[in-house]
Design a binder for this molecule. Structure first.
Ligand code: HMG
Ligand code: MG
Length: 296
């Protein structure tokens, strides 16, 4: 049984643009406003990480400060530590997200510390967020494979997910960071995590590097998950697989969900237009097959 509704968490302006060539602050603002006009209610708009690590996101504070906000839309920001949270609070992010991994090597390369050290680092952030009454989402990367370690034990995915949930994250987003998963493995992984985190607190964050994301999502929707992350126009490359496509295009996801009779509240044509506009700013074609078909 599929859910009647799916909530889409749009990550194009963050996960997408962090892996593209830098676009102007104004282009980012237009993209975020266009996404809201298309009916998206949850938008990851910024990443308050070190600009030395991710220069594409260096203007995140400015983006958050200058978007024209819709009252019913949540604008969120990625925050690796307390400093990131403080910057997010200054720029009035509605919610933030911490990000850990189920792979030690990935944790080291991505946030420069072990899994255990990352948990310690998240604690003061969680306390401050609670005091400020701001919700925190938790990402777990490498849930279906790691670029350095290969296969990842589902028990480790469940362990890290449970820690982040028990620390107070309101939702755990399960990231197939390099898009290597296939449907049976993906479903089994979600079933394992849902033994320790309620399934209605889980989200799917599947990259499309190997073209498997839609199939994996379809398999996992049967487990009761009803939140899916995706990126308009398939924005985002994959830094671990040169030349490969990165994120799943939101347009393709919405098309599949609507075809299944699942409500998203999103206007597909407006969404595809938003994706084409940012693709033009990047000087490339949209990565969404649906947008290519719809707007050709
Ligand atoms: P570090 O070098 O170990 O940190 O980096 P540090 O505390 O030693 O600080 C070093 C410098 O960074 C200092 O500046 C700090 O002030 C500054 P300096 O004194 O050298 O001038 N700094 C910051 N600046 C701005 N904002 C901050 C911040 N924190 C410290 N928040 C750190 C540790 C975590 C900061 C670094 O490794 C980092 O920024 N990593 C981010 C990497 C990243 O953004 N990766 C992509 C996002 S994750 C992802 O895409 C996966 C996901 O989509 C899910 C999936 O697909 O699996 C979420
Ligand atoms: Mg990602």
């Amino acid at each position: 049984m599929f859910p009647k509704q799916v909530s889409i968490f749009e990550v194009g302006a963050r996960d997408g643009l962090q892996n593209e060539k830098t676009v102007s602050t104004q282009d980012k603002i237009i993209l975020i406003q266009d996404l809201a006009k298309a009916g998206i209610k949850r938008i990851e708009a910024a990443s308050l990480v070190s600009p030395k690590w991710v220069p594409q996101m260096a203007d995140s504070g400015e983006v958050l400060r200058n978007i024209k906000r819709e009252a019913d839309v949540t604008y969120s920001a990625l925050t690796p530590n307390l400093k990131g949270l403080e910057l997010a609070l200054d720029a009035k992010a509605d919610e933030v997200a911490i990000f850990g991994a189920a792979s030690e090597s990935f944790s080291q390369r991505n946030i420069n510390c072990s899994i255990q050290e990352s948990i310690v680092r998240f604690k003061p952030l969680m306390e401050r967020a609670k005091a400020e009454n701001i919700r925190v989402r938790g990402y777990v990367s490498c849930v279906l494979g790691c670029p350095y370690e290969g296969e990842i034990d589902v028990n480790e995915v469940a362990r890290v997910s449970e820690i982040l949930y028990k620390m107070g994250c309101y939702e755990i987003s399960l990231g197939d960071t390099i898009g290597v998963g296939t449907p049976n493995n993906a479903r089994k992984m979600v079933q394992a995590v849902s033994q320790v985190v309620p399934v209605d607190k889980l989200a799917l964050h599947f990259h499309d590097t190997y073209g498997q994301a839609l199939a994996n999502i379809l398999a996992c929707l049967e487990t009761g998950v009803s939140v899916v992350d995706s990126s308009v126009a398939g924005l985002g490359g994959c830094p671990y697989a040169k030349g490969a496509s990165g994120n799943l295009a939101t347009e393709d996801l919405v098309y599949m969900l609507h075809g299944l009779g699942i409500d998203t509240g999103i206007d597909l044509t407006l969404l595809a237009q938003a994706g084409n506009k940012i693709s033009q700013a990047l000087g490339r074609q949209t990565g969404s097959k649906v947008a290519q078909a719809l707007l050709s």
